[in-house]
Design a protein around this ligand. Structure first.
Ligand code: 2P0
Length: 338
């Protein structure tokens, strides 16, 4: 069975130059309409489309350079990682896609600007930045949509991290995955804000990949998820285009809660949210009754992300003094060949 992304990289590598040092940056992203469940686990092809907002300067910077000592080496946040560490294994397996069977040892340096205390996953920005850095280092000149398709093989949500702003990942229908890639929405919403309320910053007990598969395989509620999530995605896109914040917030919060409901109904039950997460949600719901215009979304972790507009920043900070505020449209891009 063919894999469109794999074929694309293999063909592109036929015109590769000898690797040159290249640095790239990709933002992390948070889904407003979630990806949860795959129709193909090997190609990371989703059952439903999803839509995210990128997190500006919260992301990953990666440098790919030719090896100076004839072997692969990898660094994370300044410290060298052993090649048998799970982080290095995943990254090097992805790099192997580009190298095929050729001997091209590389040095890879990756740095996350996501505050550790925010407890946000960095695999989306990590694989997006690595894809861009490999594309640059080998002079492949792949387009961003092509890179999105390739980044998806590292981690599904990485395909949405090739752009800033709102990004939609179309599920596609092709078996080889050539139509399952992301594209940016032509919408700028400078007042849009994300607030991160950190609840648990430790490693999660269950990876999102395992949690997603377990839910799809065992949860009776999962049967209705793909169709409902596809409909949510279309409605959320329409509310963004219309700058209808209340509708967007209501839909995004309901979509996140529905995703968590499918997990809770899994057998055995799965919950990434803990008592503190629910306490934050209850505080939000009470504040909303008192007039605060803010909504929540939650992923495969205990932390709560709040959606609000600039005008609500101060009242929101009164309710959540520790909230970390992100301005998704206050970004700059970095991409340099050294
Ligand atoms: C999302 N999540 O749309 C959803 C919501 C978590 C909850 O994408 O197996 O790490 O590598 O494709 O991309 C996290 O899943 O999973 C994720 P793989 P990934 O953001």
């Amino acid at each position: 069975m063919t894999n469109a992304a794999h074929t694309l990289v293999t063909c592109a590598m036929e015109r590769a130059i000898l690797p040159q040092t290249f640095t790239s940056y990709a933002p992390s992203n948070i889904a407003l309409s979630k990806y949860w469940g795959k129709r193909d686990k090997h190609r990371n092809l989703p059952l439903n489309s999803s839509l995210s907002i990128s997190l500006a300067d919260w992301g990953t910077k990666t440098t790919v350079a030719p090896s100076t000592d004839d072997r692969d080496r990898i660094w994370l946040n300044g410290a060298e990682v052993p090649c048998d560490d799970s982080f290095a294994v995943k990254a090097l397996a992805f790099v192997r896609l580009f190298r095929a069977n050729r001997q091209i040892p590389l040095h890879i340096k990756t740095e996350n600007s996501l505050p550790t205390a925010a407890g946000l996953a960095s695999s989306a920005s990590g694989f997006a930045a690595l894809t861009q850095a490999l594309n640059g280092a080998f002079g492949l000149e792949l387009s961003l949509p092509q890179q999105s398709m390739i980044a998806r093989l590292g981690s599904g949500s990485a395909c949405r991290s090739l752009w800033h702003g709102f990004v939609r990942w179309d599920r596609g229908i092709a078996e080889d995955g050539h139509d399952s890639l992301a594209s940016p929405l032509d919408v700028i919403w400078p007042e849009f804000r994300i607030g991160v309320v950190a609840v648990d910053t430790g490693p999660k007990a269950q990876s999102s990949r395992n949690g997603m598969n377990h839910t799809a395989e065992t949860s009776p509620l999962f049967q209705s998820w793909p169709e409902a999530a596809e409909a949510d995605c279309a409605k959320i896109e329409a509310s963004i285009i219309a700058h209808d914040f209340v509708h967007l917030g209501q839909l995004a919060e309901a979509n996140a809660l529905a995703m968590h409901a499918t997990m809770m109904a899994a057998r055995p039950s799965l919950s990434y949210l803990n008592a503190q997460s629910w306490a934050v949600l209850e505080r939000l719901w009470r504040a909303r009754q008192d007039g605060l215009q803010a909504y929540a979304t939650m992923d495969a972790g205990a932390n709560i992300k709040l959606l609000f507009l600039e005008a609500s920043t101060e009242p929101l900070q009164e309710v959540f003094p520790d909230v970390q505020v992100i301005e998704p449209f206050g970004f700059c891009t970095q991409q340099t060949r050294v």
